[in-house]
Design a protein around this ligand. Structure first.
Ligand SMILES: [Zn+2]
Length: 472
């Protein structure tokens, strides 16, 4: 059987119109080699702290990637066959090669998806693979990646340096003592890996183990977290700890963008009932909403930039949630409202020049109707890049088309790869850079922007805006 070659076209994702393509090429040339700033993501800090070789191709590229297994699951592949660990410790596939085959045999499912683009780029650029994935090539490609992973130049720190990452942020719970970040800092390695404060487990009454989490928060801080003031002080102390470890941002993954500004007496009563598991869904929503406002107040005091990632119906499949736990691809976007939802927070803090909030959405209908007008007005609001299901060429195009005319480029924050899939980081940033150059090239070709301005914007979008927005 003839092998099908894997090649990356120089002009991939650039406009097919020759005038625009020529401009886009020039813009892209100026940004392709810029360092990567990755201010939001979910890589494991242990990788960089321990710098052990990655175990095998499947556990690096398939098992942690929910984009991969949600697609395979949708076509009937059980998560057990992909090596996803069960909560009860029950039997799942352990053999990396068999997991890889289950993936490679169904590679055609990924045609037209960004996963396909990211994988092709990672295999080609990181591991030197020159043939397309498929049932017939699966074993050869597995062996090639496995032999790479055994070499020192494929260890986590070496890859970090080769990817030209200037700074990489991970995401941790306030209950995390950040042992890996401590180890990293003590190691003398010059790579900059910072944490991000993500308080969902202690501010969402519907999070698994909420009451125990809040009790643990009290132990860690010496505060009485059963009282409203003690609870808030404990959250502030953990923010200070995270900031001392290098964090520059917080992150909030709430089901909605609801914010509240409630009376202190009512907050006391919400907290005490939350700890007993006695809140109605509407009250849980109020509790989370109040906490966003409290976090904004704390941000003004400690300077951490606030990210709000609303609108995912997480763990939508109860059977998968029971068997495998959270974040297993069963996340579905919901309609999300911002104009009314953010008002209590903005009424209180929206004019404070020290506050910086980065908004994300999974509801693209809000781009031009709500988000661009909000960010194009309030100094404290900026818009995050096209996120999650929209971290894709079409998603990025829509994001620019719907936002720039009202909010400009400078109320956005550059790109976030938001990934657990470490080898795909260069691929993801490359897609964003190409799509931004494509968008700018059209403005130049239509004489809406001069090329020298477009060039400046391209560099800002690829590099400078992320550093500025995340105070890096
Ligand atoms: Zn994230």
């Amino acid at each position: 059987m003839t092998r099908k070659p894997l090649a990356l076209h120089e002009d991939r994702l650039l406009p097919s119109d020759p005038t625009q393509r020529a401009i886009a090429r020039r813009l892209y040339e100026a940004v392709r080699g810029l360092p990567i700033v990755s201010p939001h993501g979910h890589t494991d800090p242990r990788w960089f702290a321990d710098d052990e070789p990655f175990a095998d191709p499947a556990s690096l590229l398939v098992v942690p990637d929910h984009y991969v297994y949600r697609m395979l699951y949708s076509q009937g592949v059980p998560l057990e066959a992909l090596g996803v660990a069960r909560v009860d410790g029950g039997k799942v596939e352990q053999d990396g090669r068999r997991i890889w085959r289950a993936f490679a045999e169904r590679w055609d499912l990924f045609r037209g998806t960004p996963t396909r683009t990211w994988f092709d780029h990672s295999l080609h650029e990181v591991f030197g693979v020159r043939e397309r994935i498929g049932p017939e090539s699966a074993d050869r490609i597995y062996d090639q990646i496995a032999s790479c992973l055994a070499k020192p130049e494929f260890r986590p720190r070496a890859l970090f340096e080769r990817f030209n990452i200037e700074v990489l942020a991970t995401t941790e719970s306030p209950l995390d003592q950040l042992p890996h970040h401590r180890k990293l800092q003590a190691s003398g390695w010059k790579g900059r890996v910072i944490t991000t404060y993500r308080p969902d487990p202690v501010v969402d009454p519907e999070f698994e183990g909420f009451a125990a989490n809040v009790a643990r928060l009290g132990e860690l801080t010496g505060e009485d977290t059963a009282t409203w003031s003690g609870y808030l002080s404990a959250l502030a102390k953990r923010r200070a700890f995270f900031a001392s470890m290098g964090a520059t941002a917080t992150d909030h993954g709430h089901p909605s963008a609801t914010t509240c500004d409630l009376s202190r007496a009512y907050c006391e009563s919400l907290l005490s009932r939350a700890l007993k598991g006695a809140l109605s869904p509407a009250e849980a929503e109020q509790f989370r909403g109040q906490l966003l406002t409290e976090m904004a107040r704390m941000s003004i005091e400690d300077g951490l930039v606030m990210q709000i990632h609303p609108g995912a119906y997480r763990n939508h499949n109860p059977q998968v949630f029971r068997t495998f736990g959270r974040d297993k691809g069963a996340d579905i976007p919901m309609q999300t409202e911002f104009v009314h939802a953010l008002k209590p927070l903005l009424d209180r803090f929206g004019n404070d020049p020290r506050l910086s909030i980065i908004l994300f959405t999974l509801d693209e209908t809000t781009y031009s109707r709500e988000l661009a007008p909000l960010a194009g007005y309030y100094p404290c609001l900026k818009l995050g890049p096209a996120w999650w299901f929209f971290d894709s060429p079409e998603g990025m195009k829509l994001h620019r088309e719907r936002i720039v005319e009202t909010a400009g480029f400078y109320n956005t924050v550059g790109f976030n790869d938001d990934t657990r899939a470490f080898p795909s980081i260069p691929a993801r940033h490359d897609v964003a850079r190409r799509m931004d150059c494509a968008f700018l090239a059209r403005l130049v070709a239509e004489h809406r922007l001069e090329e020298d301005e477009a060039l400046e914007v391209a560099v800002d979008l690829a590099y400078r805006l992320a550093k500025r927005a995340y105070r890096l």
